[in-house]
Ligand binder design. Structure first.
Ligand code: GLA
Length: 426
């Protein structure tokens, strides 16, 4: 390498220079350029349970009392969150999605819960959830109707925010169906954010604003971050590998737009965890858990905590993976490379550590080996001059000390992922 003054650099000087540039690049990437919604909430991604993917709009409590959207469902989930270790693992919010409402507002124009399915109303449910040391989330819509056709909040933002605060709600998922213009969409999402703030109750604000904007124009994420604690970018998750894959593909294709804007107080939301349901193989469940940790995604499970396999439970409660998701530095990870049907993702963590996920994209054959020079990981600083690598998923394994010139070899099942943590040797 030739310097500005024309002198040749020694190997040591070159290394020092590369190192300094890498640190500078890391620093510049990390400059928080987008101010977050100033409500002090979601400093790490929200963790909890949300009914939609698993229970959808089942309102038939006569035929299906155990799986209809009713206060009983949320009370049972709250009980299990505490008794089965979910709360201790960090899952805190029990969230109601669409179809909780009666079909009309009450005579004063207030939203009301369906009286048959929520006989005690939302306030009593909130009290119950709070008595367990948990928090309650609810759902409403910025437009004229919710996606399932229940009353929308258009024209009622202040009234509805006040209702939710009075009931003791702690999170609002605000959907974007039945909104008649982009202006109303943006204005509604902003107005509800301000209305929630005016209640002076701490209410996490979960938006779908960018999802509904993308078909028309590229969302302004700097602005969205100023109003929302998390935001959905992409269509609804289904209980299938195809669906999880499409979310990961969308997230990596758009990473230049979405990664840097995420941080404490505001997160990209790739939708619910469907681990513990019917559609994903074990390796695919590992992939979802690992990549949701890399993406600093809200961890909102949608499954049936009354019937969940011990294996899925261990995965969802894995404290090392949760620690990566909840890392206080709050920087979202990104795809570093894709070649030979492998993807390498990485995420910077606090204390100069990194998380790395290696996916085997092939859906044919058996486990395949992947080899990477560790110097390519963590912007060339993670393993410089050496690092300690621990495999966290699919099983925990200490892989030992790696010099910066060494290579790392992993074996990964089809559609599976190996999640690693890279630390500086102490
Ligand atoms: C939309 C949302 C889903 C869910 C449904 C409810 O499709 O994206 O997450 O809330 O509405 O109707």
């Amino acid at each position: 390498m030739i310097t500005m003054t024309g002198k040749l650099m020694s190997r040591g000087q070159r290394l020092g220079c590369v190192l300094a540039l890498s640190v500078l690049a890391l620093f510049l990437r990390g400059v928080p350029w987008a101010r977050a919604l100033d409500n002090g909430l979601a400093m790490t991604p929200t963790m909890g349970w949300l009914h939609w993917e698993r229970f959808m709009c089942n309102i038939d409590c006569k035929e299906e009392p155990d799986s209809c959207v009713s206060e009983q469902l949320f009370m049972q989930m709250a009980d299990l969150m505490v008794s089965d270790g979910w709360k201790d693992a960090g899952y805190q919010y029990i969230c109601i999605d669409d179809c909780w409402m009666a079909s009309t507002r009450d005579s004063n124009g207030n939203l009301q819960a369906d009286p048959m399915r929520f006989p005690g109303g939302i306030r009593r449910l909130a009290n119950y959830v709070h008595s367990k040391g948990l928090k309650l989330g609810i759902y409403a819509d910025v437009g004229n109707k919710t996606c399932a056709g229940y009353p929308g909040s258009f024209g009622y933002y202040d009234i509805d925010a006040k209702t939710f605060a009075d009931w003791g709600v702690d999170l609002l998922k605000f959907d974007g169906c039945y909104c008649d213009s982009l202006e109303h969409l943006a204005d509604g999402y902003k107005q509800m954010s301000l209305a929630l703030n005016r209640t002076s109750r701490s209410i996490v604000y979960s938006c779908e604003w960018p999802l509904y904007m993308w078909p028309f124009r590229k969302p302004n994420y700097t602005e969205i971050r100023q109003y929302c604690n998390h935001w959905r970018n992409f269509g609804d998750i289904f209980d299938s590998w195809q669906s999880v894959k499409s979310i990961l593909d969308w997230s990596s294709s758009n990473q230049d737009t979405i990664v840097d804007v995420a941080g404490p107080g505001g997160w990209n939301d790739p939708d619910m965890l469907v681990i513990g349901n019917y559609g994903l193989s074990w390796d695919q469940q590992v992939t979802q858990m690992a990549l949701w940790a890399i993406m600093a995604a809200p961890l909102l499970m949608s499954n049936d905590l009354r019937h969940i396999s011990p294996q899925a439970k261990v995965l969802l409660q894995n404290k090392y993976v949760i620690a990566i998701n909840q890392d206080p530095l709050g920087k979202q990870g990104y795809r570093l490379r894709k070649e030979d049907n492998f993807e390498v993702w990485e995420r910077p963590l606090s204390s100069l550590a990194w998380a790395v996920a290696i996916r085997n994209l092939l859906e044919i054959g058996g486990p395949r080996s992947h080899t990477i020079s560790v110097v390519f990981l963590g912007r060339s600083v993670a393993c410089n001059p050496a690092c300690l690598i621990t495999q966290l998923l699919p099983v925990k394994k200490e892989l030992g000390l790696f010099e910066w010139t060494s290579t790392l070899k992993t074996r990964i099942n089809p559609t599976g992922t190996v999640l690693l943590q890279i630390k500086k040797p102490s």
